[in-house]
Design a protein around this ligand. Structure first.
Ligand code: SAM
Ligand code: SF4
Length: 343
């Protein structure tokens, strides 16, 4: 049996156990907070191949990472991406294989993803009103996203969670409806404050900012929320919806958790357990900082030497910064868009 490598521990004593792997920067939608209307995508040869992604997954798992989330762009638009899920799902060290998706292609793929070993699926849903959904995603059809959510429920993943980015005057008045939608289906839901990644040509970010505290106050008018001890090592803080409100959960007997992802309001960096790899193979040590290490070069220069790749990862972890610097009013210091980073 292969000897297990020591864990990845950074200068601040944080153990890195979670990798978010972006497999494409492309998408079938153009959400206003994520992409510009006209995007230039990476040339194909700059993307990691699926084999390179699988190799990275293996290297990270041998370094103690036990959770991998596949993200993008929209991961399900990448051709043959199921093959990658199957490879990652078969790695002995991976306990949790998760996917973040806009849901539009889940009707086609949900069952096969479950068979490949996917445990958790996060599905983005910012509005339940078709014309608003279209305005926020610029191209999206709400019915397709809702059918994707149904397909995920039918496939019986361990957990299905909705992600909603809330913007003032665009969808802030839908937070109670979105929670009720989650409750009715026995789903969890997280509300996300917009992060200043890339230049937003669509709206003024400071003006559109709607805080987690404000959302919680809005929800408290209709729901009974209690703080939960659940922690993810990331920017989410969870609250539990008490039984009376959860009773219409489609018979699943599950209590809905409501998460708040608040990079502005609360500092979450102290217990950060994660790193990201972009679609072109840059290892990002912090979502809010530009510094990265070019793992694609290391992978391609050492096609059959995983030890060199693991060495590059270990030494990169030693430069993981203490925390991020997001500021709403300032020009974004982070010029990449979320689709390039992997949310
Ligand atoms: N396409 C998939 C999706 O939409 O779920 C996966 C990639 S997307 C970049 C991942 C998550 O990031 C989504 O939940 C999306 O709402 C969120 N996101 C994108 N841009 C963001 C921004 N500027 N601030 C906060 N969240 C953002
Ligand atoms: Fe696509 Fe997801 Fe970005 Fe929306 S948030 S444009 S669905 S990658």
């Amino acid at each position: 049996m292969q000897e297990r490598q020591p864990s990845l521990i950074d200068r601040f004593d944080r153990r890195i156990t979670y990798l978010r792997l972006s497999v494409t920067d492309r998408c079938d939608l153009r959400c206003v907070y994520c992409m510009a209307k006209d995007m230039t995508f990476l040339p194909r040869e700059q993307l990691l191949t699926l084999e390179e992604n699988a190799r990275l997954g293996r290297c990270f798992s041998e370094l103690g990472v036990h959770k991998i989330r596949i993200t993008g762009g929209e991961p399900l638009v990448r051709r043959n991406v199921l093959w990658l899920f199957q490879r990652l799902g078969a790695l002995p060290g991976i306990r949790d294989l998760a996917l973040t998706t806009n849901g539009t292609l889940l009707t086609r793929h949900a069952r096969m993803l479950k068979s490949a070993g996917v445990t958790r699926v996060n599905i983005s849903l910012d509005s339940l009103r078709p014309e608003r959904f279209r305005a926020i995603t610029r191209l999206g059809d709400l019915n397709k996203a809702l059918a994707g959510i149904d397909a995920a429920l039918a496939a019986s993943f361990e957990r299905v969670k909705l992600n909603s980015v809330i913007l003032k005057h665009r969808n802030h008045d839908e937070v109670c409806d979105l929670v009720q939608f989650a409750v009715d289906r026995g789903l969890d839901i997280s509300f996300i404050e917009e992060m200043p990644l890339g230049v937003s040509s669509d709206h003024d970010r400071a003006e559109a900012f709607y805080s987690s505290d404000q959302i919680r106050r809005d929800l408290a008018k209709q729901f009974d929320l209690t703080p939960s001890t659940e922690r993810t090592g990331g920017p989410s803080r969870y609250w539990r919806l008490n039984a009376a409100a959860s009773s219409a959960d489609g018979g699943r007997g599950r209590c809905t958790h409501v998460g708040f992802i608040s990079p502005h309001s609360h500092n979450f960096c102290g217990d950060c357990n994660r790193v990201r790899v972009t679609a072109d193979g840059r290892l990002l040590l912090c979502l809010g900082q530009e510094f990265s290490i070019d793992l694609r070069r290391v992978l391609r220069a050492n096609p059959s030497d995983d030890e060199r790749v693991k060495q590059a990862i270990r030494s990169a972890i030693s430069s993981k910064p203490r925390g991020h610097d997001f500021e709403l009013d300032a020009q974004p210091i982070i010029v990449r868009h979320m689709n390039a980073t992997g949310g």
